[in-house]
Design a protein around this ligand. Structure first.
Ligand SMILES: O=C(O)CCC(=O)C(=O)O
Ligand SMILES: [Fe+2]
Length: 186
């Protein structure tokens, strides 16, 4: 976890861009499951998402992609994990929405290696809910830590190992979520 790995102005720009896309109707209700078995289930997952594209030309998204490429290089040098690209989307959880406990790597594919979440909530306050709840990898009923979705905070964790959930929030909760992958870029 880091609160200042990304420039504050970049996080603010990404929040504005997420909001602009939301107001333009570019978000869709998120699905669960791998590509071939996708389904909508708002009891499991209540967010709406807007995927980012590698060729996106918006300045903050380009800057974020550049940062992600550098970070991917650092992770590969440090851990030899063969990351090749980052798939990512903006996410917005409306009031009352959350995401029940899950692991990000799909059973059918091990391509998702490292999960990334950047929180984009400048006004988040204690009591607003929406914390990321991390559980013990070997004992998933044991809660380990709750992370408040504060502006600019960035989480990286293993997509294959770490059970986690988003607790219901009481006001809109914005983030940029992604996965560093080891397969061929889409
Ligand atoms: O927003 C978060 O804190 C986590 C989101 C998440 O777990 C996911 O999209 O897979
Ligand atoms: Fe997740």
């Amino acid at each position: 976890m880091s609160d200042d790995i990304l420039p504050a102005a970049l996080a603010q720009g990404l929040r504005q861009e997420a909001q602009r896309r939301w107001e333009s109707g570019l978000f869709r209700t998120a699905t669960v499951g791998p590509t071939l078995a996708k389904r909508q289930d708002t009891d499991i997952r209540g967010d709406s998402i807007c995927w980012l594209q590698a060729h996106d030309v918006q300045a903050d998204i380009t800057a974020f992609h550049d940062w992600a490429v550098r970070t991917q290089g650092l992770l590969n040098r440090e851990f030899f994990i063969g990351l090749r690209w980052l798939e990512c989307h903006f996410a917005r959880y409306g009031s009352g929405a959350g995401y029940t406990r899950h692991v990000d790597q799909h059973v059918a594919s091990s391509a998702r290696k490292i999960s990334l979440v950047l929180y984009l909530n400048p006004d988040w306050q204690q009591g607003d809910g929406g914390e990321l709840c991390i559980y013990h990898p070997e004992s998933p009923d044991t809660e380990q830590v709750r992370i408040a979705p504060r502006m600019g905070r960035l989480m990286l964790f293993r997509s294959d190992l770490i059970p986690h959930a988003v607790l219901p929030c009481s006001s809109a909760r914005w983030s940029l979520t992604g996965w560093f992958r080891s397969d061929e870029p889409a």
